[in-house]
Ligand binder design. Structure first.
Ligand code: BYC
Ligand code: FE
Ligand code: FE
Length: 489
């Protein structure tokens, strides 16, 4: 039996080709060749723009060896540039249909319908662009990792975002011919934050200066990733759906790192306050003197990353979104669980808008309000995590709660981009905004303070002073496990 036959066992990944895959690349010479040609450019990009330093360190990473949810991961020491980035799709369901839009009821498409080619390519490219962007944004963080455990989690996320890029590049090469190839090359050319060749979406050109930002990013921005992937997983274009479904299994870990990361920072701060007998969370200088991050600064970071992530949903009212839905390309969150006609030709949806100088709820056609709807689902999902943070603060008896700011706060896309609003949703003049903004989003001084705590802590089993150790290790490993073996040079 040849290695390649493994690809035909349900869920198995074929490692015989240069690009591990479960899509039968061994029998698809054209696409295999295209991906092999794209590979060196990817490795060059990874070496130039991936994690800075540590490229020769052994990192305890999980690699997908199967797509069976129960047994897909295998853990072991890997040097990041040698990670086996693969093309992995969830299994095909022969009976799957297009479940919404004008083509509802047709068999799911195995090829790109000609009339939807441009829209679909755009969705694939935008999705693909965010993945390397996040790696670029996070590339400096290894140097200040608060523990080997955290460093390993960062690198795990980075290699998986790299794999998500591969996932989109596969679709481009397989289904979009020459322009797909050009787009795949473009994904390696744009750079986060570069004014001449920026990444496509706003939040992916922002800096991730410190580890608290990383945790907020993986909580809020990776969660946008989850919502977008969930709606693309509904796609009538079956390869897109299958690709996104597998990506979602990896996304869960990214959000876990974010939620538990922020949680550990909150716990450490509350614990230090309690020990020192500080009751007022706003006594910032006293709290900072303990070497931990004060709660109001954590709130400001949440405000910033939440508002940047809301921008990723596009305009509240969007004909693009309506067209994507009508075309059967991008559905709603949990589309098939929703009890309605899945056409939305006559339905309405409540949208928050800025009308006559006021923030108001307006009924809009549900089709054009799909971005708003997905954003609402997103906000609910965020709130769940925030509630868990607040329970932890409560346990320490500290009188403080993290809140999600108004969706009108600090926006750069959509209805509220031209106004200023406070976190509790009051309209503000330009002067008021300028006067107060430093108390709502991190000021340069806050940034300097947080940066001053970002000292590397790379001893086995040790954690930086400003963050609590995790409750459990990765892959059942003990707290003092050597998650990254730095000295492998
Ligand atoms: N920045 O009708 P509109 C992830 C553009 S994150 C810059 O308002 P639409 C990840 C828009 O492109 C998930 N430009 O919005 C997380 C359009 O341009 P054109 C990524 C923006 O199109 C962490 C114009 O404004 N995946 O995976 O309905 C780590 C008017 O558009 C922005 C996706 O986003 C912005 N924020 O919705 C790693 C899924 N917002 O066409 C990874 C694919 C809008 O006039 N993308 N514009 O030139 C989409 O579904 C949609 O493109 C969007 C925008 C939801 C992003
Ligand atoms: Fe991703
Ligand atoms: Fe992610």
């Amino acid at each position: 039996m040849s290695d390649s036959s493994a690809a035909h066992i349900e869920g198995a990944v074929d490692y015989s080709t240069k690009i591990p895959n479960n899509v039968g690349l061994v029998n698809d010479a054209r696409v295999l060749k295209a991906l092999e040609q794209w590979h060196p450019g990817y490795i060059d990009w990874w070496n130039a723009m991936g994690p800075e330093g540590f490229q020769t360190s052994e990192v305890y990473l999980r690699t997908a060896v199967s797509i069976d949810p129960k047994g897909w991961a295998q853990f072991g020491y890997v040097k990041m540039p040698e990670y086996r980035w693969g093309v992995l799709l969830a299994p095909r369901d022969e009976s799957r249909l297009v479940n919404f839009g004008a083509s509802k009821g047709e068999k799911a498409w195995q090829d790109v319908p000609g009339e939807h080619r441009a829209s679909l390519r755009r969705l694939v490219v935008i999705q693909g662009d965010t993945e390397p962007a996040s790696v670029e944004q996070q590339r400096h963080l290894g140097a200040t990792a608060p523990s080997l455990y955290d460093m390993r989690n960062l690198f795990q996320i980075n290699v998986e975002e790299g794999r998500h890029l591969w996932a989109m590049v596969y679709l481009l090469h397989k289904y979009f011919g020459r322009d797909g190839r050009e787009e795949a090359d473009g994904l390696l050319q744009r750079r986060s934050g570069n004014p001449d060749k920026p990444r496509m979406l706003g939040a992916f050109n922002e800096a991730t200066p410190d580890w608290l930002s990383l945790f907020m990013f993986t909580f809020f921005t990776d969660r946008d990733g989850k919502m977008q992937l969930e709606s693309l997983a509904q796609s009538g274009f079956d390869p897109m759906s299958r690709t996104c479904r597998f990506m979602l299994t990896e996304e869960a870990h990214h959000m876990f790192v974010g939620e538990t990361g922020v949680m550990r920072v909150l716990e450490r701060t509350c614990e230090a306050m309690k020990t020192a007998g500080i009751e007022d969370p706003y006594d910032i200088s006293k709290v900072r003197a303990l070497g931990v991050i004060d709660l109001p600064t954590i709130q400001k970071k949440a405000n910033l990353h939440f508002s940047l992530s809301l921008d990723l949903f596009g305009s509240e009212v969007s004909t693009n979104a309506a067209n994507f839905y009508n075309a059967g390309l991008k559905g709603r969150y949990m589309e098939t669980k929703i009890d309605d006609d899945h056409l939305l030709t006559s339905a309405t949806y409540h949208v928050l808008k800025f009308v006559d100088g006021q923030i108001k709820t307006v009924a809009e056609p549900a089709l054009t309000a799909l971005n708003m709807r997905l954003r609402d689902d997103y906000v609910k999902d965020c709130q769940g995590g925030v509630n868990r943070w607040n329970k932890a603060i409560e346990k320490y008896g500290v009188k403080f709660q993290i809140t999600l700011p108004s969706v009108a706060f600090h926006r750069h896309i959509g209805e509220f981009q031209r106004i200023h609003a406070s976190p509790d949703g009051r309209l503000l003049s330009e002067t008021e905004w300028v006067k107060h903004k430093d108390s709502w989003i991190p000021s340069p001084e806050d940034g300097e303070f947080v940066a001053s705590l970002m000292l590397p802590c790379w001893e086995r089993g040790k954690y930086a002073h400003w963050i609590s150790p995790p409750r459990v290790g990765i892959d059942g490993k003990p707290g003092d496990f050597e998650y990254v073996n730095i000295d492998q040079a």
